[in-house]
Design a protein around this ligand. Structure first.
Ligand code: NAP
Length: 248
């Protein structure tokens, strides 16, 4: 057995730790977008594969027998390529995919399909907006330049931001309810724009919005092709070790 973990997330790092503990032969792949301190001791490769065809070639060359897609739920391109490449090469694939967040009592969510719908959902009147969506997705918000945006990035921002009134916070998380509540309170945040990532590491801002009575524009996950899914690391280990059947 020789596994490939498509990573770049906290969940993927925990999976890598579990592989090291279990002595599973595996390579961990990063896109190389951020300056990531390696959170695990698996052998690592960095950078794109060159589309689904490039990944298929790489899987053959490296004699990979199992692929675990543990990328972020919004890393849709990578996930689509993984489905296509694994089907082409005949290598089994499972996605480590945490459940999406669901609305709790007191939440005020506007659920939208994508980033452009999130821009439309923001009010016309100037407001203070916490845009918790990642650097590569902020450009469409230039269509609403009247707002005061707070942005939170993993790495320090280089280059010009497309938003005239934006403050950048650099932090890697995980975030606590106390710190996100304080961040939102001290900046007078009136709206949160977030993607439905699920899991605990990024949840604090959702809980803080509920406590502060602030509305959330919640961007739904992209639609992906059918694939086997595991919600926990234990389920991935079972899939590898015992071929346990998982829900598609
Ligand atoms: P994406 O749009 O789905 O991927 C774009 C391209 O980047 C892919 O087609 C692939 O290039 C390359 N790529 C992505 N993930 C890769 C990986 N793990 N290993 C090797 N190549 C990879 O992805 P994204 O949204 O930009 O995310 C990039 C990375 O950041 C992912 O690893 C993801 O887990 C992590 N991340 C993303 C988010 C997010 O909000 N999207 C949040 C936290 C972490 P080729 O086509 O050349 O193979």
């Amino acid at each position: 057995m020789r596994a490939l973990i498509l990573g770049g997330t906290g969940d993927a790092n925990q999976l890598a730790d579990a592989f090291v503990r279990e002595g599973i032969d595996a390579i961990y792949s990063y896109a190389g977008r951020t300056q990531i301190p390696l959170g695990h001791s698996l052998p690592t490769r960095i950078g794109g594969f060159g589309g689904a065809a490039g990944l298929a070639d790489w899987l053959r060359k490296e004699r990979i027998t199992h692929v675990i897609d543990a990328t972020h739920p919004f890393a849709a391109e990578m996930s689509r390529h993984a489905v296509e490449a694994c089907a082409a090469v005949g290598v089994p694939l499972v996605a480590l995919e945490r459940a999406p967040w669901t609305r709790a009592a007191g939440d005020s969510w506007i659920e939208v399909a994508d980033i452009s719908a999130a821009v439309t959902a923001l009010p016309e009147a100037r407001a203070r907006v916490f845009l918790a969506i990642g650097r590569q997705h902020i450009a469409p918000f230039a269509a609403k330049p009247q707002h005061a945006y707070t942005l939170r990035f993993v790495d320090a921002s280089d280059g010009e931001l497309p938003l005239p009134d934006a403050e950048v916070i650099t932090s890697r998380g995980p975030f606590t309810l106390e710190s996100d509540r304080e961040l939102m309170r001290s900046r007078g945040i009136q709206w949160l724009v977030a993607r439905n990532s699920g899991g605990t590491g990024a949840r604090a801002k959702i809980d803080a919005s509920r406590e502060l009575g602030r509305p959330v524009i919640m961007i739904a996950r992209p639609t992906l092709p059918e694939r086997s899914r595991a919600e926990t690391i234990e389920a991935v280990l079972a899939w590898l070790g015992h071929g346990a059947r998982l829900g598609a």
